[in-house]
Design a binder for this molecule. Structure first.
Ligand code: C6P
Length: 416
């Protein structure tokens, strides 16, 4: 039975009902109803998440892990409960393996600055793919420069899939870390990370998975995947900005040095010596984004109630519908035609720069992203300076896609 047959699908009425949970979507832009199709950049926030933040500041605000008074103790409990919630959401073995950061970017930088600085030596290889977001490229590139190590890059095919023969060739015993995206933000490709992890582990190589574009759109089971590090950003998962997740297997977190030094990450301090706290506190120096971490738990509850499998199937249906419509326009070139894709549609139009597409679509009330999507090597691979990108959520409908396609036809007529 396929995934789409085994889940109770989200139907158009439910999608509309879910959409009504998002106040920002109830507005007109340039006199047209807002069609929000930039969900890969950031998702909108349901009322429950907005209320959670407002309620926290109105009634509950108190620092965490420092106070002995009621507000602080309750905040600390809610903060810790959020960690447990995220651990359950990802099926991590323990909440202590969940570290709160500022976002995916900081999570990956943390691993590069701690694990990387300690364990990568001159001549070692770090293996990434050619479709990585800059956040999963530049930290490794800079580490390699610092350590005289070698950044190896798995090429991608014309369809935008990882070349797995090349991966097999590049995966030698000189590789000390594999860092790959689960889903490409520029192409929509879902990478075969289970296979990647199994092959890397056969050589005892740890694997970091950038889950920024997967965690909000498909269910992730970290114990089944068995990756060593996993990251995502709350703001792409219907939660607040300023919070990210770094999951790390305890065996690595224990041997990694701290990322930053200061309050809360210590066990004891004297002028001569500091004993660091155990993970996760070891990696969480300073006062965290308390309200945002607590509201992330609300976002996780909201998503879990809908069901990540149902979300994945629904967004995939939207992608298939959009792809078929766009292919009927001869001037459209799709960038990223992998056989396994998430709800991201990157395209160019003959005669029109992607920024012009974005600007004209905005006049029609449609929000998409135009640019290199922080994945410049992907643009180079496909010989384009930029793409226009529509990315879907469960609150989008076929009508949103009809509006997109109609607006794209306006652009085609203007420029051809
Ligand atoms: N992609 C996009 O429009 P931050 O900014 O730290 O929350 O996430 C960084 C990041 C890392 N990896 C992937 C695969 C991503 O897609 C992103 C963010 C946004 O595609 C902004 S460039």
């Amino acid at each position: 039975m396929s995934a789409s047959q085994s889940v109770n699908p989200i139907d158009p009425a439910e999608a509309l009902r879910l959409r009504s949970d998002f106040p920002v979507l109830r507005q007109q832009v340039h006199g047209k109803p807002l069609v929000y199709l930039d969900n890969a950049a950031t998702t909108q926030k349901p009322q429950v998440v907005i209320d959670r933040i407002a309620n926290y500041y109105a009634h509950e605000n108190g620092t965490v892990r420092r106070g002995v008074y009621k507000l602080s103790e309750q905040s600390t409990r809610d903060f810790d409960a959020s960690r447990t919630k995220v651990a359950q959401f990802l099926n991590a073995a323990s909440p202590s393996e969940i570290i709160f950061t500022r976002g995916t970017t900081e999570s990956i930088n943390l691993v590069a600055a701690t694990y990387g600085r300690k364990f990568i030596q001159a001549g070692d290889h770090i293996l990434i793919s050619a479709m990585e977001h800059h956040a999963n490229l530049v930290p490794w590139q800079q580490l390699c420069l610092e350590k005289d190590a070698v950044l190896q890059v798995v090429p991608i095919t014309d369809a935008g899939e990882m070349d797995m023969d090349a991966f097999d060739r590049l995966l030698t015993d000189r590789v000390k870390l594999v860092a790959v995206g689960h889903v490409s933000n520029a192409l929509g490709t879902v990478n075969p990370i289970r296979e990647i992890i199994e092959k890397a582990h056969a050589l005892d190589i740890p694997v970091l998975v950038d889950g920024a574009q997967s965690a909000p759109h498909m269910s992730v089971d970290l114990q089944a995947l068995d990756c060593d590090f996993f990251t995502f950003s709350a703001h792409k998962l219907y939660g607040p900005t300023g919070v990210g997740i770094l999951y790390g297997k305890m065996k690595y977190l224990e041997i990694m040095p701290p990322y930053q030094f200061g309050g809360d990450m210590i066990h004891s301090v004297s002028f001569e010596k500091t004993v660091f706290a155990k993970p996760p506190a070891k990696f969480e120096a300073g006062t965290p984004a308390i309200a945002e971490v607590i509201a992330l738990a609300t976002a996780v509850d909201y998503l879990s109630a809908i069901g990540l499998d149902r979300i994945g199937v629904y967004e995939h249906e939207l992608l298939a519908y959009a792809t078929a419509q766009m292919l009927e326009i001869p001037e459209v070139r799709l960038i990223g035609t992998a056989s396994h894709k998430a709800g991201i549609l990157s395209f160019t139009l003959k005669g029109a720069h992607p920024h012009d597409i974005g600007t004209i679509l905005d006049r029609e009330g449609i929000a998409i992203r135009a640019g290199h999507h922080c994945a410049q090597p992907v643009m180079e691979r496909f010989g384009v300076p930029a793409t226009a990108r529509a990315s879907f959520s469960f609150y989008n409908t076929r009508e949103d896609i009809d509006a997109l396609v109609k607006a794209v036809r306006i652009v085609v007529n203007l420029f051809n």
